[in-house]
Design a protein around this ligand. Structure first.
Ligand code: UD1
Length: 352
């Protein structure tokens, strides 16, 4: 059996690594790793391969950046001949990025089975490009691997037959469980005892000058109480410069490698973010997370975990921050099946 794994953007790498590792143990499975090249900076891509112990991709489509239509179309155009030539039996796609939907669409049209890892998540907000990617990918997939019960419920409501749905847990947490000891062993130099870790990259938060300015102001308010460590996505850094904004005393860093980021995250007093995956990682780690979004496709991080949606309301951010600083942060529990073995459960379904 020949399985393709599709990765393209930073959050895909830590999801594919555990599944590939688990499938290595199945002798009848041949694996091919396809990198679309959606993320191409060394610190957005290469370093993750090294740290996650992944071999270099077998195929790199090197598509780079572009508008959504261009990037998606370019991935489709470059992926189709690879699929036709190598003829896999199954294409595994991860998460909700443009690489996920583009390759799922090509595969489905050519009659190749598609498995979607991290299926069923919904923010119910179609202004988010990722929500469109999730909806389409799940309609096309033959095997849908969900991280939590809400995923199963969403898929069944959308008419996906129950026999295609496999609740396997959170595969990204597999990578975290594996590399957390290394992350905590690595001494982070120059970090204060207490700090807020910030990440910000959603187009809705960074592509509008006024909105980004307001968010930076709230973060500067935060920095009066706590040192703010802010590894900035290239998109965000570019926008800050483009809009002539200033990060003041925020400690703006380049994007961090996986292990370093995990180390900084696991020692944070609070995490302030608009990322999807970080809402889940903080829930696993039991660290308070204040999410700069009005909604989340990962509601279990709110209902069970440490996540609080503060949207773009500076008052709410300050209020929640003061709770954290007063030692009254929301307590959470780890959702079922977020146990470091999701990759093995996926491999068991795939390799049958
Ligand atoms: C993508 C995903 C998003 C995910 C994020 C994680 C989609 C629709 N979005 O968003 O879900 O949370 O990755 O990082 O797929 N850039 C670089 N170097 C890189 C990559 C990007 O400079 O290696 C810059 C480019 O200016 C590019 C911009 O970042 O235009 C945006 O990159 P893109 O991949 O289009 O979307 P992300 O914002 O990274």
């Amino acid at each position: 059996m020949h399985v393709f794994h599709i990765v393209g953007a930073r959050p895909n790498f830590m999801k594919a690594a555990p599944v590939m590792n688990a499938l290595k143990r199945c002798e009848h499975v041949i694996q091919t790793l396809v990198h679309t090249g959606q993320h191409y900076d060394a610190n957005m891509s290469d370093v993750f391969f090294e740290q996650l112990g992944m071999a270099a991709p077998d195929v790199n489509l090197a598509v780079g950046s572009g508008t959504h239509a261009r990037q998606t179309a370019e991935i489709m155009t470059r992926f189709e001949p690879v699929l036709l030539e190598r003829k896999p039996d199954l294409v595994l796609v991860y998460g909700d990025v443009n690489s996920t939907v583009a390759t799922a669409l090509v595969s489905a049209k050519l009659g190749v089975r598609v498995g979607h890892v991290e299926a069923g998540l919904r923010s119910f907000d179609r202004t988010m490009p990722e929500e469109i990617n999730r909806l389409i990918t799940d309609q096309l997939a033959d095997l849908l691997f969900t991280p939590s019960e809400d995923g199963d419920v969403n898929l069944q409501r959308e008419g996906i037959p129950a026999e295609k749905i496999f609740r396997v847990g959170n595969v990204m947490i597999d990578s975290l469980v594996k590399l957390l000891p290394a992350a905590q062993r690595q001494k982070q130099s120059g970090l204060p005892e207490r700090y807020a870790l910030v990440t910000l990259h959603r187009p809705a938060n960074v592509d509008d000058g006024e909105i980004l300015k307001r968010i930076l102001h709230s973060l500067l308010d935060v920095s009066r109480d706590l040192c703010v460590i802010f590894p900035a996505h290239p998109r965000t850094r570019k926008r800050i410069a483009e809009f002539g904004l200033h990060a003041g005393q925020l400690r703006l860093l380049d994007p961090l490698p996986y292990i370093e980021f995990l180390g900084v995250q696991s020692g944070a007093t609070v995490v302030i973010t608009d990322s999807g995956g970080i809402q889940e990682e903080t829930t696993y780690l039991g660290i308070p997370c204040l999410t700069l979004r009005e909604n989340t496709e990962r509601p279990v991080t709110v209902s069970m975990g440490t996540n609080v949606l503060v949207g773009r309301d500076p008052g709410k951010l300050q209020l929640e921050l003061s709770r954290v600083l007063a030692g009254q942060a929301k307590k959470g529990t780890v959702p079922p099946l977020w146990d470091g073995h999701a990759g093995e459960r996926i491999a068991a379904v795939v390799a049958g």
